[in-house]
Design a protein. Structure first.
Length: 174
């Protein structure tokens, strides 16, 4: 296991996470303002396929476990420090790994802020055709999912020989 070195790539992790958090919160604030002030229920972006539609979610992804806001607050309070720790120990890993932890941290924080501040998560990206719709999501959800896909793809598909090795990790010296 690598020694955690605060500051080493931690600033990049926090900058990326902060950017995701800011974009998430600004987009949610904007969408709530647009929909509450105009009385609109939907704002088409690409016909019926992609639109903004204001929705709230007190559960997990896809509306699972509704009315469990505090369960997800507790989960995020546990997960956020783990992501920070893992993100701070990936300094030797390729950029997809470092990027993934920044995206996951920003996504976790974005929805955590909503849950604490509002008691629910604001969702607004609405994708589908006609009545066949994907559950609404937001910037934080997107960032977390992309980050998760990146880290899983790295673990599954990145060639072992291409992974950087640290001194003392059992690898023969170069």
């Amino acid at each position: 296991m690598r020694d955690w070195q605060p500051g080493r790539h931690l600033s990049v992790l926090l900058l990326l996470a902060g950017s995701v958090l800011l974009l998430d919160q600004v987009s949610k604030t904007w969408i709530v303002k647009v929909f509450t002030s105009s009385g609109r229920t939907s704002l088409p972006l690409a016909g019926d396929w992609l639109r903004f539609s204001l929705a709230t979610n007190t559960g997990a992804a896809f509306g699972l476990l509704p009315q469990q806001t505090w369960l997800f607050v507790v989960a995020a309070v546990v997960v956020v420090p783990v992501i920070i720790y893992l993100g701070g120990t990936t300094a030797a890993d390729p950029w997809p790994v470092r990027l993934s932890f920044g995206l996951m941290l920003g996504g976790s924080l974005g929805n955590l802020v909503d849950r604490i501040r509002l008691g629910h998560v604001v969702d607004f990206v609405d994708v589908g055709v006609g009545s066949l719709r994907w559950p609404s999501f937001n910037v934080a959800d997107s960032a977390f999912v992309v980050g998760t896909i990146l880290v899983v793809a790295y673990v599954l598909f990145w060639p072992q020989t291409a992974r950087p090795r640290e001194v003392g990790d059992g690898a023969p010296p170069a």
